[in-house]
Design a binder for this molecule. Structure first.
Ligand code: KIV
Length: 271
């Protein structure tokens, strides 16, 4: 039987076991109780309370503005809806880059105030001291390399990262540094599939890809993108499993029509 089917609760150890058995890890984002319940009931392995909440929940252009308090609000809402998946909360921009003590304080707030199981942060060598300090407090950490959206103003664009040799080398070194530090997983975003596969084979920790091909240990997508709620975002790596935007639009339009036509509520829908 697969590890996925055996466990009642997904832990970081379960993810490690899945990598050893070459069993793929499924991960999606969620930001609220109701969606998290559905995603968890469907049997997802990991739920990421991503700072993409800044885009899909708050309507900001980037992930930069979201605050620690806002991430804690989303994180605690998700945790209340989950019984099986491992819940990871993103440390937002500006809450861990300053120094490792600040990083640890932010991670502790997330763990205490949300009830989540782990935190994720972006970067390699630059944030290694913070990663080590958070880990030393017993908090599981997930890394994030490649396209790191919190640095969008440095990159200037969302194009594929690490196509050039120098950047690919740095990414491989960063992945090994994070792996040796003891992270329980690394997200690789929007990098060439061959490079992502090479990284996945050279580290012990599970590698979760988004736009990083199929040679990695698992996949993550933003829930609102894969459900087709968002429309304007259409990168090549995104597979849409539904057109919820269309469905919701139709449902709301039907409701408006029924109210205007005095069709709702009918006899059976009143007291
Ligand atoms: O914030 C987020 O949704 C993420 C995923 C894209 C991995 O970091």
């Amino acid at each position: 039987m697969s590890v996925h089917n055996q466990v009642k609760r997904v832990t970081t150890h379960v993810l490690h076991e899945m990598k050893l058995r070459n069993e793929k890890i499924s991960m999606l984002t969620a930001y609220d109780y109701s969606m998290a319940r559905i995603v968890d009931q469907a049997g997802i392995d990991v739920i990421l309370v991503g700072d993409s909440a800044s885009n899909v929940m708050a309507g900001h252009e980037t992930t930069v503005p979201i605050t620690l308090n806002e991430m804690i609000y989303h994180g605690s809402s998700v945790v209340r809806g989950v019984t099986r998946a491992l819940v990871v909360v993103d440390l937002p921009f500006g809450t861990y880059q300053g120094n490792s003590k600040e990083a640890l304080n932010s991670a502790i707030r997330i763990m205490k105030e949300t009830g989540a199981h782990a935190v994720k942060l972006e970067g390699g060598r630059e944030v290694l001291e913070s990663v080590e300090r958070i880990l030393s407090a017993g908090i599981p950490v997930m890394g994030h390399l490649g396209l790191t959206p919190q640095s969008i103003h440095k990159f200037g664009t969302y194009v594929v990262r690490a196509r050039e040799e120098a950047e690919a080398m740095k990414l491989k070194e960063d992945a090994i540094l994070l792996d040796n530090a003891g992270v329980f997983g690394i997200v690789l975003e929007k990098i060439p599939a061959r490079l992502a596969g090479e990284v996945a084979r050279s580290v012990k920790t599970p590698i979760i890809g988004i736009g990083a091909g199929n040679q990695v240990d698992g996949q993550v997508l933003v829930l609102h993108d894969m459900l087709g709620i968002t429309q304007e975002f259409s990168p090549r790596f995104l597979r849409r499993y539904h057109n919820l935007h269309q469905e919701m639009l139709g449902a709301v339009q039907s409701y408006i029509k029924d109210v205007k036509d005095l069709d709702f509520p009918n006899e059976r829908e009143q007291y």
